[in-house]
Design a protein around this ligand. Sequence first.
Ligand code: FAD
Length: 406
Amino acid sequence: MYNPSVSGGSANTLAGSRLFVYEVEGLCQNSETDQANYPIRQSGSTYITVPYSRMNQEMQRITRLGGRILSIRPVESSVNGSAQVTAESQAASKSSKSMTQAQPEAKKKKSDIPVNIYKPKQPFMAKVIANDPLVREGGIGIVQHIILDLTGSEYRYLEGQSAGIIPEGTDEKGKPHKLRLYSIASTRHGDLMDDKTVSLCVRQLEYNHPETGEKVYGVCSSYLCGLEKGAEVQVTGPVGKEMLLPDDEDATIIMMATGTGIAPFRAYLQRMFDEKERQANPDYQFRGFAWLIFGIPVTPNILYKEELESVQAQYPDNFRLTYALSREQKNAEGGKMYIQNRVAEQADELWKLIQEPKTHTYICGLKGMEDGIDAALAAAAEKNGVNWEEFRKQMKKDGRWHVETY
Ligand code: FAD
C-alpha cells in the first residue's frame, strides 16, 4: 500500500522527492540538535530543509526539541542542485496563511471545533464566486457547485461541517425565511486554497404537490441554484460535529452517499489525496484506505465524477469507488440497484473492515437510506453471530459511526 511517510517509498506518486524549508524558532544548540544537523542561529529563526518523505518525522522531532515551526515553503532544486524557494511559493507564503503556517492542525478537541461563528441574527454577507452545474447532459434535475467568498469574515470550518444559508425574501407569513443547512463540499482551505471560500453542493428541490399535482420548487435551494456570480448571500455557521474526519492518517474511511450526500465526502477526499492539500497539511498525510459507495440514478448525475475517478486512478490501493446507479444497473434480484443493494453485495467485506477499531463509517444523503444500509450490514454481522444493533451503538459511542441524512 502507498505510504508517503516512508522515505524512498512510493511517495513520488503524491509529492515526488520535493524539498520543503521549515522556518523554526525556539531551538537551542545541544547534542540532539547537533546530531540532527540543525543549523541553529544565535538569534532569529532557523531554516531547516526537509524532504517530503520526512516531513512528519522532522515536525515531531522539532516539536520534541522545543522548536516552533513558523512557516513551511516548498523548495525547487536549481540547475546547480542547490535548493531555492520559488517565487511562486514566496508569493503563496505572503498571501496564504494555510500554505505557510505549519501549526499542527486542530486535534479535534471539542473546543477546537468552530461552531456558529456567524449566528442567524448576524449572518455574514458572502459573495458568489462560482455557481456551476454538476449534472451533465441527459441527467435528472439541477445540482450546482457553489463557491462563496468569505473574505473579510472570521468564518472558518472543518471538513464535515455544514453552513447555514438564509434565502432572500419572506415566507407566506411575511416573516424572513429561516435558514437551511448545506453540507460543506470543500476542505477548510476552500477550493481556491486561500482559506477564504466555502463550497456547497446544492440540489434544487422539485416535486409535484401531493394534492394539486402542481410543480413545487424549494425556496432556498432554488434561490441558491439561481444565484449569479457576484450576488450576495447570508451565511451562518458553521455547525455540526457529527461528520468530522478523524485525525488518524492510517484510518479506514467508509463513505456511503446518495445525491448531494457526496458533499462532505468530496471535502474528505480532497483532504486525503489532493496534492495541494497534502502540501498545506504536512501533519495530515493520509495513508489509510477510503471506500466510497455512491448511489445516484444515472451516469450524468454522478456528481464530481471526474474528481472521484481521478483519485481512483491515481491511488487504486488507497481509494475504492463503487457506484450504485439505480436506473442503469440491476441488483441480484433483477431490480433497481439502490445503494443498499450495493452495500448488501459488499457486506462481508464491509463487515470485516467495520470491525477494525481504526475504521470510521459515514452515511450522508437522503433520509431513508440508512435503514436499507443498516439491514444489509445487520445480515453480515448476524451471519458472524454479532448483534448488529448493539455493535452499531458501540461504534457510535466510540465515535466511529457517523450519519447525516436529510
Ligand atoms: P423548502 O421550500 O423548504 O421545501 C421543503 C419542504 O417541501 C419540505 O419540508 C416538505 O414539506 C416539502 N417537500 C419536499 N419534498 C416533497 C415531496 N416529495 N412531496 C411533498 N412535499 C415535499 N441539501 C442539498 O441540496 N445539499 C446539501 O449538501 C445539503 N446538506 C444538508 C445538510 C444538513 C445537515 C441538512 C439538515 C440538510 C441538508 N440539505 C442539503 C437540505 C437543505 O437544508 C434543504 O432542506 C433543501 O435544500 C430544501 O430546502 P428548500 O428551501 O429548497 O425547500
